[in-house]
Design a protein around this ligand. Structure first.
Ligand SMILES: Nc1ncnc2c1ncn2[C@@H]1O[C@H](COP(=O)(O)OP(=O)(O)OP(=O)(O)O)[C@@H](O)[C@H]1O
Length: 311
């Protein structure tokens, strides 16, 4: 378990992480989300003792990680910037890590095989593609068979097969009872990988909830109605006070089920071209939740606004 209490990091006047509390529990994949500059990397670096907290504490299984005697056997971490000597082969890099953490050399071959780098183990890391470097970084994180795994943007540069591999890997690590903490900007991927989410914005926790709770709270589902007879449809559905929104050319109803609306429209003899239940995506929920905390925002021409209005 990773626990933060009032964890704070200031850079001069700038508060990068603002007194946050969380518990990241074992047996789950916890996703860490936030816009650029929200404080994700700083938080991960403080967990790993690479940045000192200005105040507050963060512990890994009850102790500050910087006190760990065999760090790679306690926490495996992949950070965005990979520190791998370009002239060193993957095999030598992992052998060096193993030797400095009292890990057997047999484990090096095993982990190379596990991440799919066995055939290129003798090649210099400087010649590796981004995807291969990511796999080597993940091998470095897992070589000590750690109970806690922290992965900052692990799918960066990976192709679809690689992305699926990371997803399955995270699942397996969590199912083995490990604490798995993963950041990513790829929301669709995160929605498939994480069981629990921590969302941060401007250094503060915006949400800390299971994926199901988060989606229920922030990604509402609604019923979409497309009809050539919008006015009569609206009248029929809203007769008992139900709210109906017009978004683009469709009606949206968030308080009735599909069957109920279908029955209402049938009874009112309204022609229906589409009637479907829609669940907002994690990306839409994330964008709505973090909109006020976004540090770098493109101009209005960068995104087409959704025409929205209540009838
Ligand atoms: N060494 C530093 N010196 C000064 N400010 C810093 C330093 N490192 C980070 N910051 C600032 O702290 C804030 C949090 O940065 P951080 O890199 O943790 O965000 P992030 O959520 O990881 O962003 P991204 O998604 O872009 O990687 C940002 O405003 C950043 O500019």
């Amino acid at each position: 378990m990773i626990s933060a209490r009032e964890l704070t990091k200031r850079y001069g006047d700038r508060v990068a992480v603002d007194g946050i509390d969380f518990d990241i529990r074992p047996g789950k994949v916890t996703g860490f989300l936030g816009p650029n500059g929200a404080g994700k990397s700083t938080t991960m670096r403080m967990i790993l003792g690479l940045d000192r907290a200005s105040s507050g504490t963060v512990t890994v299984n009850g102790r500050p990680y910087s006190n760990a005697r065999a760090p790679l056997r306690e926490v495996g971490a992949l950070l965005e910037a990979q520190a791998i000597h370009p002239g060193r082969s993957a095999l030598d890099h992992l052998r060096w890590l193993a030797a400095s953490n009292d890990i057997s050399t047999a484990r090096v071959r095993q982990i190379l095989d596990q991440v799919g780098l066995e055939d290129v183990a003798g090649r210099r890391a400087g010649k590796f593609s981004l995807g291969m470097r990511q796999r080597l970084g993940i091998a470095s994180a897992l070589i000590g068979d750690p109970p806690v795994v922290i992965l900052d943007e692990p799918v960066n540069g990976l192709d679809s097969e690689g992305i699926r591999w990371v997803r399955r890997l995270c699942r397996r690590l969590a199912d083995e009872g490990r604490t798995v903490f993963v950041s990513s900007h790829l929301m669709a991927e995160m929605s498939l990988t994480a069981d629990h989410l921590i969302v941060i914005g401007q250094g503060r926790i915006l949400a800390d909830a299971s994926m199901t709770e988060f989606m229920t709270a922030h990604a509402p589902s609604f019923v979409r109605v497309r009809t050539p007879d919008r006015e009569r449809a609206r009248e029929a559905i809203s007769r008992n006070g139900t709210r109906v929104d017009l978004v683009d050319d469709e009606l949206r109803v968030d308080s009735l089920d599909v069957a109920g609306i279908g029955d209402t429209l049938y009874a009112a003899e309204v022609r229906v071209h589409e009637l479907s239940g829609v669940q907002c995506s994690l990306e839409e929920a994330f964008m709505a939740l973090t909109a006020d905390t976004v540090e770098y925002q493109a101009g209005p021409e960068a995104a087409a606004p959704i025409a929205q209005g209540a009838l």
